[in-house]
Design a protein around this ligand. Structure first.
Ligand SMILES: Nc1ccn([C@@H]2O[C@H](COP(=O)(O)O)[C@@H](O)[C@H]2O)c(=O)n1
Ligand SMILES: C[C@@]1(CO)OP(=O)(O)OP(=O)(O)OC[C@H]1O
Length: 266
């Protein structure tokens, strides 16, 4: 489903009375002044955080609300039939043909042979780009599986779309995500990208880790990125670097990752 979203010309505007009435049927009070700057966000995510909905089908159909709507996705919270036509008279420029995003993530690493001493910070086997390094003596401290490659790429996609970051969509105090396979977060980011009418132009990832040695596993990581991003190998690149033994990453106390994505109109 391709969406053309309204980018308003004013920073705030009074929501039309009819629209407020329709939205209020969702069971939540609505602000009387809506931050229309955020109306170019579409988020019908499984995590349940609805930021905005805007559609263009000849005329504008827009609904907007910030906040947690529980486990319901945007589509359910604002059923299509309840959308109000002509929510704004602002001109509706097309979405750009391309959008760029950057993501970054870092996680602590700790020895796995003394996990009880760390309590809530117990290190888990390192998962990097969807590949588990079972034989590696250090583990990653995270709420989920702590996959820095997936987390940074997810944030790059969300950033390109102007959406909230991974921690907002999947809070690290939510027990549902404890030890979670980050592929489910990634799937959601890719789903949101598709809803907005974009696909991967290309992805470029740089992992910075003194250890483990990644060279032999990079092909598997790339395969995972290609699969989850629903793209082709020529559009995904994954690099590794040490931190030349300096600072936390160089001293094997952390590993980090940067990701850049270019999205293009599908
Ligand atoms: N954890 C890592 C880090 C780096 N590599 C590969 O080693 C090459 C040299 O890295 P430098 O940081 O010393 O420039 C580089 O080409 C990486 O692909 C690795 O496999 N695992
Ligand atoms: C993925 C989440 C959610 O479990 O937690 P972590 O695994 O700790 O990872 P991080 O990269 O710190 O951020 C996003 C979090 O909300």
């Amino acid at each position: 489903m391709a969406l053309s979203l309204a980018i308003p010309v004013r920073s705030t505007v009074q929501a039309p009375r009819g629209l407020r009435g329709q939205l209020a049927k969702g069971g939540k009070p609505l602000p009387t002044t809506l931050p229309w700057r955020t109306v170019d966000v579409f988020c019908g995510c499984g995590a349940g955080v609805l930021i905005a909905v805007a559609r263009h089908r000849g005329c504008t159909r827009a609904a907007l609300r910030e906040g947690d709507v529980g486990e319901r996705g945007a589509e359910e919270f604002f059923p299509k039939t309840e959308f109000q036509e002509s929510a704004t008279s602002a001109k509706i420029p097309c979405e750009p043909a391309i959008r760029i995003g950057h993501g970054y993530d870092i996680h602590r690493m700790l020895p796995r042979d003394e996990p009880e001493g760390w309590g809530k910070c117990s290190p888990q086997p390192a998962v990097i780009g969807g590949v588990t390094f079972e034989e590696f003596p250090l583990g990653v401290v995270a709420h989920s599986d702590g996959d820095v490659v997936y987390h940074s790429t997810i944030d790059a996609i969300l950033g390109a779309l102007g959406l909230p970051d991974i921690g907002q969509l999947f809070p690290d105090n939510d027990p549902r995500w404890r030890g979670a396979n980050s592929e489910q977060f990634f799937d959601e980011a890719v789903r949101l990208m598709g809803l907005r009418g974009y696909r991967i132009g290309n992805v470029d990832v740089t992992i910075i880790a003194e250890k483990p040695r990644l060279a032999a596993r990079k092909a598997d990581m790339k395969d995972n990125l290609v699969r989850i991003c629903d793209t082709i190998p020529a559009r995904v690149n994954l690099k590794a670097r040490t931190h030349e033994k300096m600072d936390s990453v160089g001293e094997c106390r952390a590993l980090e990752c940067h990701a850049c994505v270019l999205l293009e109109k599908a």
